[in-house]
Design a protein. Structure first.
Lengths: 256, 301
């Protein structure tokens, strides 16, 4: 059983929530509690081969969810929700002192519920794979490559806009000619899924040990095969903004 | 090893060619909004009707024309006339077409029904009960600011005949103009805290100072700012309008802003608001020394 008195605040209607402040849970919600059941195996097949696997089931109560129907200042900022998560994780590592290959796979389902509304939260990622190859080539050279794959995560689609009526600051001018501002109309909560994310990063490093100085000279490439991974959508236009493209870089690190 | 790299390369090539498209745009459904606030201080009542639009659409033509809009109260029905604003000085998205009804003086404690039949047959409707006008008394009012020792200002009110269905919208404004633009009085709202159940509004000294300071943002010379006075205004809303107004407030008090806005409406068949209100305003005076501490001038107006 886990208890937590801090939480992050995020707007789940944003495809990517960039700013997530930490908050102390308000007293009216009670402490977030979860029951976590897990069972797993850790098998060492040989000295160079390790396999781990674990299944889990987690049920959370008093999960703070942003109250989007707040009207009055006295209304609560958060509603109490519930969450259910279950899945399976697998790790396989084969390696020696000079070369290692690690692969992980996670399969997960997550559901949040507030009142009668049940939905998959933004962090409900069904499949996640990581492959890591690390080699010590010799003579101070080392090479590593990391490949990540995540299936898409849920987001709420924009179905349109309407011009919503607001009031002027001028208190004497409270009329239907006050200003209107574009208000987003959203589809059902988290009814869309982003495309799969995957990316290969590689790096090559040469270590040079000098008297009183160790130099690490490295070259790396992010997103080797220039995958167009979604970062976020412009809310006003629906334009897609992608993450970093193919990006080579060079580094020099000195240790005295 | 070579074979391994060929396999890996082929795998990545296949993976990278997988469908990577996604649309942020969901299924668009045409919807409509109606806005009408019945005012007791004017005899012309205005209605605007707008349609929703898809993200790919030009939003400039969202006004609905040729609707039949009826206002019914006390067994009488009136039909709104439609009109066009030739030019508008309001920023986008402005109103171009609207509906109006002349010579309607609001009766107190009366149920008003509105019904708009759009050209495509869709009906938007709502009803409101005007407040039973009763005198609003300021029970407590700090009418000279700032108060000594940085104390907050308090404004408390009561109604001679309270009604459960009424909601209050207190607001505190600094009124000022810029030298050379004397005809354009600007209202700067000072966020305060509304104690909903106590009919009390509190304006802290920090909030007042911040608002005063922000007036000169973007102004070349603070000496051009002429502070007239401040106003505490208590709007008394019917319940539907009160909920709507509270839902669109961007702040809760001087320390908090809203991060989410509920889309509330009392219009059947669409969005928007139909309501009524009355209001009382009261003047607040500033100490000259306080105004000049920001570099502003206390106006004689």
């Amino acid at each position: 059983v886990y208890n937590q008195e801090l939480t992050t605040l995020s707007d789940e209607d944003e495809v990517i929530s960039i700013f997530e402040p930490w908050l102390i849970l308000p007293s009216y919600l009670g402490i977030t509690k979860s029951k976590h059941y897990s069972a797993g195996l850790d098998i060492k097949l040989f000295n160079f081969w390790n396999v781990k696997t674990e299944g889990y089931y987690k049920r959370t109560e008093n999960l703070p969810i942003l109250n989007k129907q707040k009207i009055f200042p006295s209304d609560p900022d958060f509603l109490s929700g519930e969450s259910e998560a279950y899945g399976w994780e697998f790790l396989n590592r084969i390696g020696s002192a000079d070369i290692s290959f690690t692969s992980t796979y996670a399969l997960a389902w997550i559901f949040n519920q507030v009142g009668d509304i049940k939905y998959n939260p933004n962090y409900d990622i069904r499949h996640a794979v990581t492959l890591i190859l690390e080699t010590n080539i010799g003579k101070g050279w080392s090479f590593s490559s990391v490949w990540n794959y995540k299936s898409g995560f849920p987001f709420t689609k924009l179905s349109g806009f309407y011009d919503k009526y607001y009031f002027n600051n001028d208190p004497g001018d409270f009329s239907a000619f006050n200003f209107f501002s574009r208000f987003s109309l959203l589809d059902s909560k988290n009814n869309g899924r982003t495309p799969d994310y995957h990316k290969l990063d590689i790096s090559l490093t040469k270590r040079i040990e000098l008297p009183y100085l160790i130099l690490d000279i490295g070259a790396s490439i992010l997103n080797v095969y220039d995958r167009a991974n979604l970062f976020y959508f412009e809310k006003e236009t629906g334009d897609r903004i992608n993450m970093l493209p193919f990006l080579p870089s060079f580094t020099i690190k000195a240790e005295i | 090893l070579k074979k391994y790299f060929y396999i890996l390369y082929a795998f990545l090539l296949i993976l990278n060619s997988c469908d990577n498209t996604v649309s942020y745009i969901g299924e668009f459904e045409q919807q409509y909004s109606l806005n009408c606030i019945l005012r007791s201080d004017k005899s012309t009542q205005i209605v605007t009707i707008k349609r929703s639009y898809s993200p790919n659409e030009d939003p400039n033509n969202s006004d609905i024309q040729n609707a039949i809009v009826k206002l019914t109260f006390r067994d009488s029905t009136y039909i709104f006339k439609d009109s066009l604003l030739a030019e508008t000085h309001y920023a986008y998205p402005a109103v171009k077409y609207f509906y109006y009804l002349d010579d309607i003086v609001l009766a107190k404690n009366t149920v008003y029904k509105i019904e708009a039949t759009l050209p495509n047959g869709i009906v938007l409707s709502s009803e409101t009960k005007t407040p039973r006008y009763s005198k609003l008394n300021m029970v407590e009012k700090d009418d000279v600011l700032p108060k000594p020792n940085n104390a907050p200002a308090y404004y408390m009110w009561s109604l001679t005949r309270p009604e459960d269905q009424l909601l209050f919208g207190p607001a505190f404004y600094i009124r000022y103009f810029i030298l050379g633009e004397e005809d354009r009085i600007i209202y700067k709202e000072v966020p305060g805290f509304h104690y909903q159940n106590n009919l009390l509004y509190e304006v802290s000294r920090e909030s007042l100072d911040d608002a005063m300071q922000s007036i000169s943002n973007g102004i070349v010379s603070a000496g051009n700012v002429n502070i007239i006075d401040a106003q505490i205004e208590i709007k008394v809303f019917d319940r539907a309008l009160g909920i709507y107004v509270n839902s669109i407030r961007t702040f809760e008090d001087e320390f908090s802003i809203r991060v989410a806005e509920a889309n509330v409406s009392n219009i059947e068949g669409g969005f928007g608001v139909f309501g009524s209100y009355f209001s009382e305003k009261s003047k607040i005076i500033f100490e000259e020394e306080y105004v000049s501490s920001f570099g502003y001038v206390l106006s004689d107006n």
